[in-house]
Design a protein around this ligand. Structure first.
Ligand code: GLC
Ligand code: CA
Length: 555
């Protein structure tokens, strides 16, 4: 099989808990994905990335794994996996799954054994260190809040967790741990999994000097990222992981890799890189500063454009992009990138056009194809996400009023992506016959899959059209394999670029503003490939763009 078989694929991300519930317990399940396979096939996607369905106490909804080999009963049985792979295969769809190997759950038998005997064999599976004068070993702040070291009873010992305290970090320095993980990765590949989305992988190497850092907030703590993100020596682990697992199986790997600097990009996604591609955070987190939800960045469309161009150009020099605007950790893109009054068909299809015409693999998150938006809530109890609770508290601690903090949660809560998928206009959007684990966005009576499937003018129909362009159209090779170049325009609110392959050239124009724009376009771009408006205004070598118009022209 071709080493880069994944290059022309379109990926669709599923959050199983919120996709479709078949047994009325209010929680989406693997049978739900199997049942909805025709929906996915109709959309035209080729690969499903399914978020964790392993055994888990669900402190972080499955990103806290207690058994890497078994399916959590909430999601179904172990037998559902081969059935899922077969059902997907029958639709020419491949499955990739989350690989969460920076940490386990505290309920994992390894960690339980480590707690029972912190200085014994399993203690060395994790980072366990002595405190100092009754204080934790360092002042690192965990990503989900508080000190990243958690005391082990009254032993004076602490274990390290980069994320929640329910998610102890595995000690990658221990070769036995690495062996056990490789064995597990290979086992999954042997089940017929086509690859992995690799969770938080740039965290696996720690600064082993365990330095106390300069505090960066009044809590006296400093971001753990400073001592455990993309640290020197990580390449040894990542090369070994790849050589022992991914490479022999020729699988698709997409790494969640915050903190990778441009100069390190070749190591990650170059010719012999660790991964097929990585998720960059510059566009997804453009609205906030340092992962603090209540501090806005004051970004502009020009910033967005600059990040986008840079990402395209720098990655093209050495490898392949993973393009996305949404995932299970992000609010809905429409709310992030546009003022509320502008959310609608033009803005949703503008983002779709940018996503699907960019160079790299497009990742669509469930519901994005319907133009889903953030869900209003009345109180914190309507949220489930542990990070949302932490970020709310931090906003309050920083002096925000309850209402102001709630507005930030509405804008940023990860649950915005996790509110259940609206299948139709019936009760609870047809997601479940029971009580849904999170409520439905109240707009489900209007925004739902059934209504859009019957409407060839819908946002979903537009996604389908763009996916088809990438898969079977006269321009497919240029879209997938073309050379990206910025198309210079003076208006800084317009994103414009070409893709070229051989004699064929595509020009994408994205008018990222609620007013008209104008771009000079030579006559030889005479074929209209895509347009999110019924009309194209073109007068003597000038294309006039309507608010949020997105068009693609070919020569
Ligand atoms: C990644 C996941 C996120 C999870 C975290 C800890 O960022 O995408 O959902 O909470 O890792 O595993
Ligand atoms: Ca269920």
């Amino acid at each position: 099989m071709n080493r880069t078989w994944w290059k022309d694929k379109v990926v669709y991300q599923i959050y199983p808990k919120s996709f479709y519930d078949t047994n009325g317990d209010g929680i989406g399940d693997l049978q739900g994905i199997i049942e909805k396979m025709p929906y996915l096939q109709d959309l035209g996607v080729d690969v499903l990335w399914i978020c964790p369905f392993y055994r888990s106490p669900m402190a972080d909804n499955g990103y806290d794994i207690s058994d890497y080999y078994r399916i959590d009963p909430q999601f179904g049985t172990d037998a559902d996996v081969p059935q899922l792979i077969a059902a997907a295969d029958a639709c020419q769809i491949k499955i990739i799954i989350d690989l969460v190997i920076n940490h386990t759950s505290e309920a994992h038998p390894w960690f339980q054994a480590a707690l029972a005997d912190p200085t014994g064999e399993f203690g060395r599976y994790y980072y366990i260190r002595e405190g100092q004068n009754g204080q934790p070993p360092t002042n690192w702040r965990a990503l989900f809040g508080g000190n990243a070291w958690e005391p082990i009873r009254d032993t004076g010992l602490y274990y390290l967790h980069a994320f929640g305290k329910e998610q102890p970090d595995l000690n990658w320095e221990n070769p036995i741990v690495r062996e056990k993980l490789y064995e597990m990765v290979n086992w999954w590949l042997d089940q017929g999994i086509a690859g992995f989305r690799i969770d938080a992988i740039t965290f696996i190497k720690k600064n082993l000097d365990f330095p106390v850092l300069e505090p960066d907030q009044p809590d006296g703590l400093a971001l753990i990222q400073k001592a455990s993100l993309n640290q020197p020596g990580i390449e040894i682990f990542l090369n070994e992981l790849k050589a022992r697992t991914f490479l022999p199986h020729n699988c698709l790997t997409v790494a969640e890799a915050p903190g990778v600097e441009l100069e390190d990009l070749p190591k990650y996604v170059g010719e012999d890189g660790f991964f097929s591609m990585i998720f960059d955070f510059s566009l997804a987190d453009i609205d906030i500063k340092d992962d603090v939800w209540h501090v806005g960045s004051g970004w502009t469309v020009k910033d967005f454009r600059d990040h986008f161009y840079k990402l395209m150009i720098e990655t093209q020099k050495i490898g392949w992009n993973a393009n996305y605007f949404e995932n299970h950790d992000q609010p809905r893109a429409l709310n992030k990138y546009f003022p509320p009054e502008d959310i609608g068909f033009p803005t949703a299809t503008l983002l779709a056009t940018l996503l699907m015409l960019s160079r790299g693999t497009p990742y669509i998150y469930q519901g994005q194809e319907l133009g889903m938006v953030n869900t209003p809530v009345d109180s914190m109890v309507e949220y489930n996400d542990l990070s949302t609770y932490d970020k709310y508290q931090r906003a309050i601690d920083a002096g925000l009023s309850h209402d102001a903090a709630m507005a930030k949660m509405f804008a940023r809560s990860r649950d915005n992506a996790r509110f259940p998928f609206p299948w139709d206009a019936s009760k609870n959007g047809g997601f479940t016959t029971g009580q849904p684990w999170l409520k439905l966005n109240p707009n489900y009576t209007e925004i739902n899959a059934a209504s859009q499937m019957n409407n060839d003018q819908s946002i979903r129909a537009f996604y389908k059209h763009l996916i088809a362009l990438r898969k079977n159209s006269p321009w497919r090779e240029t879209i997938v394999d073309g050379y990206f170049a910025v198309y210079p325009v003076t208006d800084e609110q317009i994103i414009a670029f070409t893709m070229q392959k051989g004699q064929q050239q595509l020009l994408t124009l994205i008018n990222f503003q609620n007013k008209a724009g104008q771009v000079p376009v030579p006559d030889y771009f005479d074929t209209l490939v895509s347009n999110n408006y019924p009309q194209l205004n073109r007068v003597s070598c000038q294309v006039k763009l309507l608010p949020y118009q997105a068009i693609v022209l070919a020569n």
